[in-house]
Design a protein around this ligand. Structure first.
Ligand code: SAM
Length: 472
């Protein structure tokens, strides 16, 4: 039984401990002996403490940095194979009463077009997403108890799950909405959500309060303790993230790992995912005004060090990043990416006229889902549309158990191949289909259980009959 009396935000994200860890990392950034010891521990694949990970992040020994990257790649391969899970964000509403200085939804922005999808518009959006081949969504909304109350979000989830169009279906809905109450998290759980995602933006309390001067999001403790409430409400899978560019990256890197450690010790399971968004240009937002921007190189180092520090946590990169940058971080630890994303409200069903811009930020990767899928396969990855885990009850520590059992090759891999085949059959262009068929053929060899393999081969051979959604 885990301690139900979780410590408060300022205890589990201790400012002093972060500062001491950063000073320790700075003092040891060229300490070969210590770095070797940390790397040796990391090779056991059981993760690292925030302080150890901070040393690796700061490490300035070229040969050791190469070892860090190589280890991150190896851990990625061993834990996640070559599968990359696909998803798309769906923006429900950009009404918002917060004053976040980096987000165009902020209340004082009078020139962004405010929009909220009706249930009819959701049907159009989701049909367009299904027609691309998406099976997994992340719902996004501003915080506005009048325009976007929890009842609205729940109604949207209900509508989304009920839409069946041709062979399409949204099988998993993740939710990225503002911090809320245990009761509301319970309602989200009952509505069948997958992961509850909430970005901390920054763990540095003083900066956090300056960046969120007005609105409910101003409350640092309420925001930081949201994942504890979500888990108390029965949501096992939570997704953390910080918005890189807002604050010193070393501080937030250490903070996010402390947050993961806290969830692991007090709730018995660490975060399901960590997202690594970087600040982007948006309506009324100039990223150059913020002076904590990070280079692509630092970004890659962050991804590699998170991969090593929390091997069991999936990592997400969005279309905020360019094709080239995504390519660089994929093999260092990313396990989920979005494709063909629109950040405007209603952007999938229809193109917005320029004067009606409702987008949250500019995307860097504008390719279609088919192009992203083909690109992944050309790089040797298996794009996966699998959503089986939470539907089979493999959430929280049950998912971790699967990972640790080594049975991923007989569970995730077959599911990835079968959902990829569904995608190829229903949505892919001929060029993508040709590459995909060859890839699936080759990847069948990864499955070690002969009975599982037999079932997969049978499903693949009969997919043209219209049967869908067979899973392990
Ligand atoms: N309203 C919810 C909240 O407050 O957490 C959901 C947030 S929003 C729809 C999703 C995320 O987009 C935010 O948490 C923030 O990190 C990110 N975001 C906001 N403005 C951004 C920008 N200009 N560039 C990149 N990401 C941004």
């Amino acid at each position: 039984m885990y301690n139900v009396m979780s410590p408060k935000a300022e205890e589990f994200i201790s400012h002093e401990e972060i500062l001491e860890s950063l000073a320790y990392a700075e003092a040891n950034k060229a300490n070969r002996e210590l770095i070797d010891k940390i790397l040796e521990k990391a090779r056991e694949r059981k993760g690292l403490s925030h302080r150890e990970a901070a040393v690796l992040l700061d490490c300035e020994l070229e040969d050791k940095n190469q070892e860090i990257y190589a280890l991150a790649q190896q851990i990625k391969k061993d834990f996640y194979g070559n599968r990359i899970v696909m998803f798309a964000p769906l923006y429900l509403s950009n009404y918002c009463i917060n004053g976040c200085e980096y987000c165009p939804y902020h209340l004082k922005n009078k020139h962004i077009a405010r929009k909220k999808l009706t249930q009819e518009e959701i049907v159009k959006e989701v049909t367009a997403l299904q027609d691309m081949g998406h099976k997994r969504l992340a719902l996004e909304a501003g915080e506005d108890p009048v325009n976007n109350p929890i009842e609205y979000i729940l109604e949207c989830i209900h509508t989304i799950y009920s839409i069946k169009h041709k062979n399409g279906a949204i099988r998993r809905v993740n939710v990225n909405i503002a911090a809320t109450t245990v009761e509301n998290y319970q309602k989200l759980k009952e509505a069948g959500i997958g992961t509850y995602i909430l970005f901390q933006e920054t763990y540095h309390k003083e900066s956090y309060e300056k960046l969120h001067p007005t609105g409910p999001k101003h409350d640092y403790a309420y925001h930081t303790e949201a994942m504890d409430r979500a888990m108390d409400g029965g949501i096992d899978d939570v997704g953390l993230g910080v918005l890189f560019g807002l604050n010193n990256y070393r501080y937030d890197f250490t903070g996010i790992l402390m947050h993961a450690e806290h969830l692991e010790s007090y709730k018995g399971v660490g975060p399901h995912t960590i997202s690594v968004p970087r600040l982007r240009r948006a309506d009324d937002i100039d990223p150059d005004v913020f002076d904590n921007g990070i280079s692509d190189e630092t970004f890659a180092k962050i991804v590699a060090c998170i991969r090593i520090a929390v091997p069991y946590t999936g990592m997400i990169v969005s279309t905020r990043e360019s094709k080239a940058c995504r390519e660089k971080v994929l093999h260092l630890g990313i396990s989920q990416i979005s494709g063909a994303s629109r950040t405007s409200v209603g952007g999938y069903a229809s193109e917005e006229p320029e004067e009606e811009n409702s987008a949250q930020f500019d995307v860097s990767d504008n390719r279609t889902l088919d192009e992203v899928v083909r690109w992944l396969m050309e790089l040797g990855y298996v794009p996966s549309f699998c959503t089986a885990c939470y539907r089979e009850g493999r959430t929280g520590d049950r998912f971790m158990t699967l990972l640790k059992s080594g049975q991923i090759v007989n569970c995730c891999h077959p599911n990835a191949l079968m959902t990829l085949k569904e995608y190829l059959e229903d949505y892919a262009t001929q060029a993508t289909k040709t590459i995909g068929e060859h890839l699936i053929e080759k990847e069948l060899d990864v499955i070690t259980n002969p009975k599982v393999k037999e079932k997969v081969i049978d499903y693949l051979a009969n997919i043209h009959n219209g049967k869908r959604d067979f899973r392990f």
